[in-house]
Design a protein around this ligand. Structure first.
Ligand SMILES: [Zn+2]
Length: 562
């Protein structure tokens, strides 16, 4: 999708708008601007007991007496301090260390927001703060190089050429109209987004775009701002404001979407430029029409689903006639929780009707979460291996675990034969040392990368990221399984790397979702088994002639020690 295109303006309109942009920072803007920079306190030593200071926060010059502020005199050049005049946390700098103050000049991205009749005007540019011997409070300057004007149904953008001479940055030439609305700043490689300081953001609610819900959306997408954004409270950066306003002028539905909680649709639109035109009707005025649902279905959708992801799944399935209607879809969803999205994905991959897919997943004794993930993994592998997924015995196998393992192994071989070979020797060694069974529990050595990835996905923790480390011997991952369900991921263990078996110990032990939700941790729950196993490992993993671990009886000495 393209960025929102600019709307035409008459020459007179354009001239009037250009005149309305402010040419300098208002006092309020400057107050906000000053706070975004690191605060500094400069000092000059007058005598042993007196420092003369200037603070960039309170912008005042004052003398400090050692007898009154002894702790301030302990602070040296470059250290953190509190301004003795205003209490602001700042960095203390000795003014005498600077011949000129050029290297203290710093820049921030900023936008200046103003209202002019129906228009919301935004200028974007660089805010700079510089110092010289006469002005240690800092001189703040704003040089805009992008201008925007927004009104319902209308949007305009202008740009100005930027130039740099020998490290100095500036703008050059006249403002020219642009075709499409674009964000003013480029994202740097180390940044998630090109954020900027808003100056005058409170003006948004005074403009014709007052219902745009940008602050609510920003809160939902980025969080971190308690309650709603209080623009004046403190300087903080925002992101995608321009893109958001640009889209809002042509898609007023964004207001309702954010209010109804569908802010993710707005995120897809603003951040990823995905309007989902096949699912959503952006020309609609009423909510049901917007979602392309009848009033009745929309009520069902709101009452039972409430999530855009669900609607996407529903449409994908409906297009292939794998589900009848919203009513059937929402009824099948109940009781499946998180597994439902996976079952939908499985139904699509397998090309089976959703009700059959749900029935299939429910037919297993193991949890639906686990089986749905295994089924999807299996189907993905099967389609890579070009299995015939139109056959029921292939797409809905009774022995799902078996088939999954075989397909995963086949994929593993295709994807990285070398890795598998390399791991083979390590796996044999690990099995000798760690494979162990007692009291209905077993320690199992992962068969390969795929096993670890699956374990992480099913238990919803991050062990998947350790898969390669494990294969290359940089980490050791083991599975604790119940003998009653030897292939179902249960608890994951990481062991430290030690040559001396006596120094081996458990680094991490994790169950489902890292054992949140107040579950008893596996370390506690299986302490007796783990102690037994560790004692056996510390004794050098002795085995009988048939290779079964010989359980080490705890000696009296150890009993007493513990
Ligand atoms: Zn101060």
């Amino acid at each position: 999708m393209n960025n929102p295109e600019c709307t035409p303006l008459s020459q007179a309109e354009e001239l009037a708008l250009m005149k309305a942009f402010p040419s300098w920072l208002s006092d309020q803007d400057e107050t906000i601007a000053r706070r975004i920079f690191e605060q500094l306190v400069f000092f000059l030593t007058i005598d042993r007991n007196t420092r003369r200071c200037i603070c960039t926060s309170c912008m005042e010059g004052f003398f400090v007496d050692k007898a009154i502020r002894p702790e301030f005199f302990k602070r040296k050049h470059g250290q953190a301090c509190e301004c003795p005049n205003c209490g602001q946390r700042a960095t203390l700098l000795s003014a005498g260390k600077y011949k000129n103050f050029n290297r203290l000049t710093s820049r921030q991205r900023a936008v200046q927001i103003k209202v002019c009749q129906d228009w919301l005007l935004v200028q974007a540019g660089w805010l700079s703060r510089s110092f010289d011997c006469d002005d240690l409070a800092g001189y703040v300057d704003f040089v805009p190089f992008r201008r925007y004007a927004f009104a319902p149904g209308q949007r305009v953008m202008w740009g100005r050429r930027t130039v740099s001479w020998l490290g100095e940055w500036g703008v050059d030439g006249p403002w020219t109209r642009m075709d499409r609305i674009k964000e003013p700043f480029q994202r740097q490689p180390y940044e998630k987004e090109a954020s900027y300081l808003p100056m005058g953001a409170a003006n948004i609610v005074k403009s014709s775009l007052r219902y745009c819900q940008y602050d609510q959306w920003f809160d939902a997408e980025y969080g971190g701002v308690p309650g709603s954004c209080d623009w004046e409270l403190e300087p903080f950066r925002v992101a995608y404001l321009i893109q958001y306003l640009g889209e809002y002028t042509r898609r007023p539905q964004m207001e309702i979407l954010v209010k109804l909680g569908y802010w993710k649709i707005v995120s897809d639109l603003v951040l990823r430029r995905k309007p989902h035109g096949d699912i959503l009707d952006w020309s609609a005025v009423k909510a049901p029409d917007f979602f392309r649902l009848s009033k009745h279905d929309f009520r069902l959708f709101r009452a039972r689903l409430c999530c855009f992801e669900d609607l996407k799944d529903f449409r994908l399935l409906q297009r292939r006639e794998l589900v009848k209607d919203i009513s059937e879809f929402s009824a099948l969803r109940s009781g499946l929780g998180d597994a439902f999205l996976l079952v939908c994905k499985g139904a699509r991959l397998a090309g089976v009707k959703l009700d059959r897919a749900v029935q299939y997943i429910r037919s297993f004794e193991e949890g639906t979460d686990v089986m749905a993930q295994i089924w999807v993994d299996y189907l993905e592998a099967a389609s890579k291996l070009k299995y015939d997924l139109s056959r029921d015995d292939v797409r809905l196998p009774a022995e799902l675990m078996d088939r999954h393992d075989k397909a995963a192994a086949a994929i593993g071989i295709i994807e990285d034969e070398k890795k598998v070979k390399r791991y083979l020797a390590r796996r044999v060694k690990l099995e000798k040392q760690f494979a162990f069974s007692a009291d209905g529990l077993s320690i199992v050595v992962p068969g390969g990368v795929q096993d670890i990835i699956l374990e992480g996905r099913i238990l919803k923790h991050c062990v998947g990221g350790y898969a390669d480390l494990h294969v290359y011997g940089k980490a050791t991952i083991l599975f604790l399984r119940k003998d009653s369900a030897p292939r179902v991921p249960y608890v994951t263990i990481e062991i430290n790397a030690e040559n001396n078996c006596k120094n081996l110990r458990i680094l991490q032990i994790r169950g489902y979702r890292n054992d949140r939700d107040g579950r008893v941790s596996p370390a506690k729950k299986h302490a007796a088994f783990l102690d037994k196993w560790m004692a056996w490992v510390h004794a050098g993993s002795p085995r009988d002639e048939e290779g079964r671990p010989t359980v080490i009886p705890q000696s009296n000495e150890e009993m007493r020690a513990s």
